[in-house]
Structures are given as structure tokens and as C-alpha cells.
Design a protein around this ligand. Sequence first.
Ligand SMILES: [Zn+2]
Length: 165
Amino acid sequence: MPSGKTHAVVEMALLPALGAAYYVALQPGTVELAVFAGAYLFSSLWLSPDLDLHKNAARRRWGPLGFLWTPYSKVFKHRGLSHSLVLGPLTRLVYLGLVLAAVIAGLSYLWGLALPPAEKAAAFWQNREVLWALGAGLYLPNVLHVLLDRGVSALRPRRAHARGR
Ligand SMILES: [Zn+2]
């Protein structure tokens, strides 16, 4: 199956075309475009489906925080639910959300860290265009990843079990 580098190269190469298509089709504002591009880059580089492997390029990009993905790689078997077109990204977003919630709760407990005002957070989640841009940016690299994995496996079935580095 394709290496982490191959996935990243394909996904980066398609970002300008996808961004242009998004701009032409929906004429988003600068904020939406920036959210889309940022979410796309984050998803492609740090939220790869291959986080279901103990060693992979995305996990290395997390640096010293890579250990946060150890439970994920133990729970999700390689190319199982983590590589589902619809549910795959959700497993990582929910997992990351739980980890972040635990970290924030821990910090606020220890140091009384101030949480952002609820109204500000609510306003962000109510902006439909920004949410769509965020969702599309987070989902598209995963779709490209899974399609590339499946395409390469279909062409070279005997290599399907190669490691995803
Ligand atoms: Zn994969």
C-alpha cells in the first residue's frame, strides 16, 4: 500500500485544485477558505487513517505527543473502521476530542485555566459556512487516502499487507 509520503504528496498536489473548485462552486469568504485549507492540511498531515498503525508518518509528525495515539492504534485494527470513508475520520475526531477534553479538564483543574466564554464557542458552531469548510477540509484528505489505498490494493492485491510508512 502507498507510503505515508505518497499519501501526503497526492493530497498536497490536489489541494490547490480542490480549493479552486470550492472557490468557483460556492464563492466562500477568506475565512472559510482559510478554515478549509487549514483543516485539510491538519487532516492530511496529522490525522491520517494510518494512525491505526503503531508506526506511521502522521504519528511521527505529532513528535513527543505521538504517544497520544497509542490507544487508538491498539483499538482500531489496520485498515478496519479507521479506513471507512464515512466513519474513519469520525473515529479520529471523537478520539482527539476526548483526549483534548481530558487535557483541558486536567489543566483547568490544576491551574484554574480559563475556558473560552460559552457564547464565543456557540457563535463559532453556529456559522454554517465555516462548519462546512471545516468538515470538508477534515474529510477530503481521508477520502483521498482511502481511495488511494483501495486503488493500489486492487491493482496489486499481493502487496496489500505492506506496511503504511
Ligand atoms: Zn491507509
